[in-house]
Design a protein around this ligand. Structure first.
Ligand code: ZN
Length: 204
């Protein structure tokens, strides 16, 4: 059985939820979940809680109150409230297809915030088109409009040093960047960080 079974997903979400969820309708239960992170599993070997098998791209979500975490596959994005759906669609596209970006250099060194790589991206990309949804939930959000350009700030893959990673990049060169989104909880604010999983040079 590899088909989606929405009832199975809802039972899973209720089990990880709070007491109120046990007696709430599906849409109220789904409202309690927040975006957490995305992951490219590398191979389609995972199973969504709805029963769908062979899932490669995982969208992790967290319950607002219990803080329990689970993931869903892209087929189950539509089970959640509209804003979370919008963010998960963008996040899914970023790990599957990525975003075209022109490398501009490093961010300025600011105390308390690590240096990142800056890429110019298109105003038509979902990251920009859905920026209001992201900004309502996350601060800082690493996309900004500066000097008439949309700039996206990203980290190298894994724990690699920014200074080592830029050796392989050229200023003003276009790349296709596949990115994982990750929620970062600090003391009083919740931001989003973007991590490169794949960076492919494009013909200019
Ligand atoms: Zn599913």
């Amino acid at each position: 059985m590899t088909n989606r079974n929405p009832g199975k997903l809802m039972a899973h979400l209720r089990k990880l939820g709070d007491e109120v969820d046990m007696n709430s309708g599906n849409s109220d239960v789904a409202m309690k979940w927040q975006f957490r992170t995305t992951k490219d599993n590398g191979a389609a070997t995972e199973e969504c809680p709805c029963g769908k098998q062979r899932i490669r791209y995982l969208m992790f979500i967290r319950h607002k109150n219990t803080r329990n975490t689970t993931f869903v596959g892209s087929g189950c994005i539509k089970m959640f409230e509209e804003r979370l759906q919008n963010m998960m669609k963008v996040a899914h596209a970023l790990i599957v297809r990525g975003v075209r970006g022109t490398f501009l250099g490093l961010t300025d060194e600011v105390e308390g915030s690590p240096t990142k790589l800056e890429f110019k991206i298109s105003a038509h990309h979902g990251l920009v088109q859905n920026i209001d949804d992201f900004r309502e939930c996350f601060n800082p959000f690493p996309v900004a409009h500066l000097d008439n350009k949309w700039i996206c700030q990203v980290f190298p893959p894994g724990r690699e040093s920014v200074y080592d990673y830029i050796e392989q990049l050229n200023i003003e060169q276009q790349y296709n960047l596949k990115l994982e989104l990750s929620r970062s909880d600090q003391d009083d604010q919740t931001g989003i960080s973007l991590y490169i999983t794949e960076c492919e040079e494009l013909p200019n």
